[in-house]
Design a binder for this molecule. Structure first.
Ligand SMILES: Nc1ncnc2c1ncn2[C@@H]1O[C@H](COP(=O)(O)OP(=O)(O)OP(=O)(O)O)[C@@H](O)[C@H]1O
Length: 308
């Protein structure tokens, strides 16, 4: 049986006050993967993670973690997931060793089975085992949060915006450790605003926008959409419909004589696009080009959905 690490089915959340944060989101996180959950600010990522963590009550739908329904088997569901939160929150008077011991106690892990020093070694904090948490640097605190999320040895680790306020060196260390964990069998879910960040690590990326899932694809497939470029041309006369060509991914009328042509920069260049237009009898009087960014990927995905 190939069960998903996380299965989300028609998940809905309306906050008191009427704000709909999730409009019925469904997707599976396959076991063994590094999975990116992307979306702009306010898209609903934290709401989704907080529902999985048992911190927010869902309005409707279902969620399973490692085969355990969060309503029917909340204890097992919770034991199957470790969450590294966005915010750094510790009791400043406990040392990293004490922090992990306390958490292990909360999970009811007997002393001989605890992995406190192993975890501290893994996040390079063994020499800080007995320092006060308040004396740790920001990066060290974040690594301690990762160790804390792993205390109960969960098969699924969720990192919520792990690089917010994190410098490049630490980010690389964090990624190396996430890769290592994944190679040893942990399924990893990463939420982020940044496509770039997910691109480096994730096998698969889902995007949510305004509480709706707008993509869920293997990373290379999604990135090929970001390989699109747009050339906007102004013609010498009005036209009624946008011209078509096999080398265009898409051509849209932006005004009576302005066309936005999307092309794949790995296949053609702007010059070839203009040559195709000339060959079809159009005279171009002005041109501008721009790179497609995540915003374009979002837009093209939403409009693909609308057209489907
Ligand atoms: N407790 C709450 N009460 C009312 N509305 C909320 C609450 N928490 C979140 N929201 C709203 O729900 C929507 C989704 O928020 P959420 O925090 O899940 O987004 P996000 O994708 O995690 O964003 P960010 O990347 O900024 O954390 C937003 O419009 C937000 O304002």
């Amino acid at each position: 049986m190939t069960e998903a690490a996380i299965r989300i089915d028609n998940l809905r959340k309306t906050y008191a006050g009427g704000k709909i944060a999730l409009h019925g989101v469904s997707f599976d996180v396959p076991r063994g993967q590094i999975f990116g959950l992307l979306g702009p600010n306010g898209a609903g990522k934290s709401t989704l993670i907080n529902i999985l963590a048992g911190l927010v009550n869902k309005t409707g739908g279902n969620a399973e973690i490692w085969g355990f329904d969060i309503d029917e088997h909340p204890r097992n569901a919770k034991r199957s997931i470790g969450i590294v939160p966005q915010e750094i929150l510790f009791d400043p008077f406990f040392s990293p060793r004490e922090t992990l011991e306390i958490y292990a106690g909360l999970y009811g892990i007997p002393k001989p089975e605890r992995r406190t020093m192993e975890l501290l070694r893994a996040v390079h904090l063994e020499d800080k085992a007995d320092a006060y948490a308040r004396t740790l640097s920001g990066g060290m605190k974040r690594r301690l949060l990762v160790a804390k999320a792993l205390v109960h040895n969960p098969p699924v680790l969720v990192l919520d915006e792990p690089t917010a306020g994190v410098d490049i060196e630490l980010r690389q260390q964090l990624w190396a450790y996430v890769r290592e964990l994944n190679e040893r069998g942990t399924t990893v879910v990463l939420t982020t605003h940044y496509l770039e960040e997910a691109q480096e690590l994730c096998d698969r990326i889902a995007i949510i926008n305004h509480g709706r899932l707008i993509a869920n694809e293997p990373t290379p497939q999604l990135l090929s959409k970001a390989q699109e470029k747009v050339v906007e041309v102004t013609l010498d006369r009005d036209i009624a419909t946008a011209p078509d060509s096999p080398i265009f991914e898409k051509a849209e009328l932006k005004g009576d004589r302005v066309i936005a042509i999307t092309y794949h920069k790995g296949k053609v260049n702007a010059g070839e696009v203009l040559t195709a237009l000339n060959g079809a009898g159009y005279s171009v009087v002005d041109v501008s080009t721009r790179e497609a960014d995540l915003e374009d990927v979002f837009l093209s995905l939403t409009s693909d959905k609308a057209a489907a």
